[in-house]
Design a protein around this ligand. Structure first.
Ligand SMILES: [Zn+2]
Ligand SMILES: [Zn+2]
Length: 268
């Protein structure tokens, strides 16, 4: 059955947008301290982009089909798996991740959920987890999933979801180069929503080249070139409290651009 009546074509819920490591404390309340996780609901599907600690806030969507598309297996993007409510449910979950250096999705993820890092293995959970080595393009119901390779140490996948004429691009853990900027602008062409990694200020980026992240200024270039309708910046640096993020955001007023906040819900 198609999406429930009254739902937008795509409903996007930001569950976690902190980069690198979770943060806690009153100075991180507004943007949130949980790491990368975005829920997209469309066509009866609950599709999670990344499984950072934001996955622990996964709502009960009532969706029959649950998939998790992981960008890459750096800790901050898989940290939420072992204790997420969906893994502690009796559902069947499809987990997708690009095979890298000959290491399958299953092997990359089982490291986290096995001794010595974790007391029990995936097979001891009530849910059924089906691991898939990512092969794009693919369909999840009527949602079309495409991807492009990011520029990030160890590699990472940038996803695009299209459904019913609406689209979202999830470009986290991405460092700009002239060539990649062109490729990303084409990949995000006319998207309704672009999520873009802006971990660093321009000044910080000068010292962090090669760490695999980008800036608001570079993200705005892709946004403008792509013709996307709206951009939200993600992967906030753990050293940036709310006051700093608000200051970084001030330049974006009136440009259909903002820094993403955990808990934000966007209908496309
Ligand atoms: Zn990350
Ligand atoms: Zn990473």
């Amino acid at each position: 059955m198609a999406g429930r009546e009254g739902l937008d074509d795509m409903k996007v819920t930001i569950l976690g947008v902190r980069g690198s490591i979770p943060m806690d404390g009153p100075e991180f309340c507004e943007f949130g301290g949980a790491t990368s996780c975005v829920l997209v609901e469309a066509d009866g599907q609950a599709i999670y982009l990344d499984a950072g600690s934001g996955l622990l806030r996964a709502p009960n969507t009532g969706m029959a089909e649950v998939s998790i598309l992981i960008s890459h297996s750096h800790m901050d993007h898989i940290l939420g798996l072992p204790l997420s409510p969906i893994l502690l449910s009796d559902k069947s979950i499809d987990l997708y991740l690009q095979k890298r250096d000959g290491i399958s999705a299953k092997e990359q993820l089982e490291h986290l959920m096995a001794p010595p890092l974790w007391p029990v293995g995936v097979e001891q959970y009530p849910c059924e987890v089906v691991f898939h080595d990512l092969e794009l393009p693919m369909q999840l119901g009527n949602v079309q999933v495409t991807g492009m390779e990011s520029n990030h140490p160890g590699g990472s996948t940038i996803y695009r979801l299209d459904h019913n004429g609406k689209s979202l691009v999830y470009a986290t853990d991405y460092e700009h180069t002239d060539e990649k900027q062109q490729e990303l602008a084409a990949f995000a062409k006319d998207a309704d929503l672009l999520l873009y990694d802006a971990q660093y200020t321009d000044e910080e980026y000068g010292r962090m080249k090669g760490f695999g992240h980008s800036t608001i200024a570079e993200g705005m270039k892709v946004f403008e070139q792509s013709g996307a309708k709206r951009v939200l910046f993600v992967h906030h640096d753990p050293r940036h409290p709310d006051v700093k993020l608000r200051e970084m955001e001030a330049v974006l007023k009136g440009k259909n651009a903002a820094l993403a906040r955990a808990g934000e819900v966007i209908g496309l």
